[in-house]
Ligand binder design. Structure first.
Ligand code: FMN
Length: 185
């Protein structure tokens, strides 16, 4: 698929299935990620891959995080939270390791990692896979960061769920006119 088609037709699939990207495809997706614009070449991105049985453990962590937020959450809600980890064969946690830098403010490092995440989604799509980006309260949970081996100062930019498209997402109108204007001074 050519780059423009991938960029303009990618949407989040409604459901994913196995197999997920692996081997060469996964390597290409990671290389696309680290090709994102990066002020100062600081390489602020970190990627944590969760596959196979590790997803079950991640699901347990999701349920535990929900219990911390909602101690009286009913069993059904906890089970639904646990199952979120099984929505895709591969979860890529995209994190930012933000460093203090006189020329590159924190926001620019976070945006660079966001660009890396988008590159991953588009690269996965161009290779015939689907993916969707999630955050939610768990992205900001210090215990979750610790369990993933991240520092408290690291930021989780997204959980990317990647796999084979089982149910495609809704195509959308890419409206540019309402959000674009020319400035002429
Ligand atoms: C930083 C970021 C975090 C997001 N977190 C969530 C989320 O937690 N839950 C959700 O339903 N969508 C989330 N989204 C939006 C979806 O990934 C998706 O972009 C949106 O549903 C629009 O669908 P599309 O990708 O088909 O355009 C997030 C998007 C971004 C950029």
């Amino acid at each position: 698929m050519d780059a423009l088609t991938a960029l303009t037709t990618r949407v989040s699939p409604a459901a994913l299935d196995a197999p997920g990207p692996s081997g060469d495809a996964l390597q290409k997706i990671l290389e696309a990620a680290v090709a994102a614009p990066d002020h100062g070449r600081m390489r602020p991105w970190r990627f944590i891959l969760i596959e196979g049985m590790a997803r079950e453990k991640f699901g347990t962590m999701l349920a535990e995080a929900l219990t911390r937020r909602e101690p009286t959450a009913p069993a059904g809600k906890l089970e639904a939270e646990r199952k979120k980890a099984l929505r895709a064969p591969l979860i890529v946690i995209v994190a930012a390791s933000v460093q203090s830098n006189a020329k590159v403010p924190e926001v620019e490092q976070l945006v660079a990692v966001g660009a890396a995440a988008q590159n991953m989604l588009v690269a996965a799509y161009a290779l015939g896979f689907g993916g969707f980006w999630r955050t939610g309260a768990i992205a900001y949970d210090p215990a979750m960061k610790r369990a993933l081996g991240l520092a408290e100062t690291d930021a989780i930019i997204g959980f990317l769920y990647l796999g084979t498209i089982k149910t495609p997402g809704q195509p959308r109108q890419n409206d540019t006119a309402s959000v674009t204007r020319r400035w002429r001074g």
